[in-house]
Write a protein that binds this ligand. Structure first.
Ligand code: BES
Ligand code: MN
Ligand code: MN
Length: 462
């Protein structure tokens, strides 16, 4: 299969231009003002899958945004790879922090990407990574190199919780039957050290509302005599971590699996520079749970973070006021054995119990999901590792990630198959942030590596 490299070289300008066209469509699932754009993106994916050689492509309606389903079945006795990805993107704001408009892709070089990177919302998460699979399929069909069956399932609601996909998967087990699920929606260590993501964290996401007096009050006339919901909320939030940065919610750690010292020392072998980490973020020091390293804190340990907090007067100048209400959005990243619904319940009970009588609190759950860990002693992992070894020249390192793709746990439950997370992004690619980008090297390397996975997975399935 040595001509995948030359196929990529010959076609790279077209591959880049096609991705740029896709990135121009602002498919922001969270904002209904963009709903037509989200739908147009689904159509664009359908067209690209047909062009790349799928025999059948459908836009499957759901209660929310549609799922693009495509397939090429060459022989039902051969294994089937199910590719999952998402065509929706995060909102682009704060827009003023972007150096170029988020939906007008440009190519620029960076320290990590001397060969250039495409800057646009969705470049890495996940349009760029998803489209690698479309181009890999094109290579395999044009050159008669597809060794097995392939199915595509590309959704438009990943960034808002995948609820329609859960609905779809529960109703289409037969249609989606497969031998392995392949996803590129994670990252790797660096462009010279590939890694395969072997774990994802779960998520419980809640919104809290603290209500004090029935209306906003003059902070001089009433200040000191009634509870200020913003003060109280700040105090309640601060109490959720103790002096060692452990989370104080009773029962929170009950199902957390402690890794053995051996597993932890294995993890610590992955290349990592704390100095470079701090420098890249412009911080003097890191911060987190006592007794764990930075890499452990952001992968094998659960967390609790405020994602947004508001209330009272935030406009120009000063207004003397005690607000009636204060709000916060709080996420808890969970490790595989923690159940997200149970954690949401524990949080709610605890948060209600620590509120002073002078305020009322309301906790509203948002979306969430279970974490995921996959063993490395299966042919899916081994085929991926062989593919990376061949295209990068070094074997991949298994690594648990701190991010979440909640639908992966549901895939295992409903479709009874393992997911292989072959991500090609870098942590510095600024996903969800201003100036998101995806390296040209990463994009082309991904297209090169994917067909090798198909080849080795098919061989190893015999
Ligand atoms: N692709 C990301 C998740 C990710 C990124 C995992 C990098 C590992 C490494 C995905 O699109 C995402 O953003 N997930 C959300 C959760 C979702 C329910 C909104 C997340 O992790 O915040
Ligand atoms: Mn993603
Ligand atoms: Mn995302």
């Amino acid at each position: 299969m040595e001509n995948i490299k030359s196929y990529v070289q010959q076609n790279k300008d077209r591959f880049i231009n096609e991705l740029i066209e896709l990135l121009k469509i602002p498919s922001i699932s969270a904002d209904s003002a963009y709903s037509q754009d989200v739908l147009n993106t689904a159509d664009a994916i359908k067209e690209s899958l047909l062009k790349a050689g799928c025999d059948k492509v459908e836009i499957c309606e759901t209660p929310g945004y549609p799922i693009v389903y495509g397939e090429k079945i060459i022989d039902t006795n051969l294994p089937t790879v199910l590719v999952y990805g998402h065509y929706d993107v995060q909102p682009a704001d704060p827009i003023n922090l972007w150096d170029s408009p988020p939906f007008e892709p440009v190519i620029k070089t960076t320290e990590k990407h001397p060969d250039g990177a495409i800057f646009a919302r969705g470049a890495c998460d996940d349009k760029g990574q998803m489209y690698m699979h479309v181009k890999a399929l094109e290579y395999m069909t044009v050159n008669d190199k597809l060794p097995c069956n392939v199915k595509f399932m590309i959704e438009g609601e990943e960034e808002i919780g995948s609820s329609s996909l859960a609905w779809f998967v529960e109703r289409n087990q037969e249609k989606l039957s497969n031998d392995v699920i392949l996803i590129s929606d994670t990252g790797m260590i660096s462009n010279s050290q590939p890694s395969i993501t072997t774990g994802l964290r779960g998520l419980s996401y809640v919104e809290v509302e603290v209500t004090g007096p029935n209306r906003d009050l003059h902070s001089g006339l009433y200040g000191g005599a009634v509870a200020n919901p913003i003060n109280i909320l700040a105090k309640m939030i601060a109490s959720l971590h103790d002096e060692n940065n452990h989370i104080t919610i009773p029962g929170f750690y009950d199902n957390v699996e402690e890794l053995s010292l051996e597993e932890r020392s294995e993890m610590a072998k992955a290349p990592f520079s704390l100095e470079a980490y701090k420098k890249a973020l412009n911080i003097e020091d890191v911060y987190g749970e006592k007794g764990y390293t930075t890499n452990e804190r952001n992968s094998i340990r659960p967390t609790l973070d405020v994602n947004g907090i508001w209330g009272g007067y935030t406009g120009e100048g000063a207004k003397t006021v005690i607000a009636s209400k204060a709000y916060a959005k709080i996420s808890m990243r969970l490790v595989p054995n923690q159940d997200n619904l149970n954690i949401t319940e524990l949080f709610t009970k605890h948060f209600e119990s620590i509120a002073p009588k002078a305020v009322k609190v309301k906790v509203t759950p948002h979306h969430g999901g279970q974490g995921y860990v996959t063993p490395i002693d299966n042919i899916g992992y081994q085929a991926a590792n062989k593919a990376y070894t061949e295209s990068f020249g070094v074997p991949a390192i298994p690594q648990r990630s701190g991010g979440s793709i909640p639908i992966v746990a549901l895939f295992e439950k409903e479709l009874k198959s393992k997911t292989i997370l072959m991500g090609f992004g870098l942590d510095s690619d600024a996903i969800h942030s201003p100036n998101e980008h995806f390296g040209i090297f990463n994009y082309l390397k991904g297209i090169e590596t994917i067909p090798l996975f198909y080849k080795y997975f098919t061989e190893m399935s015999k």
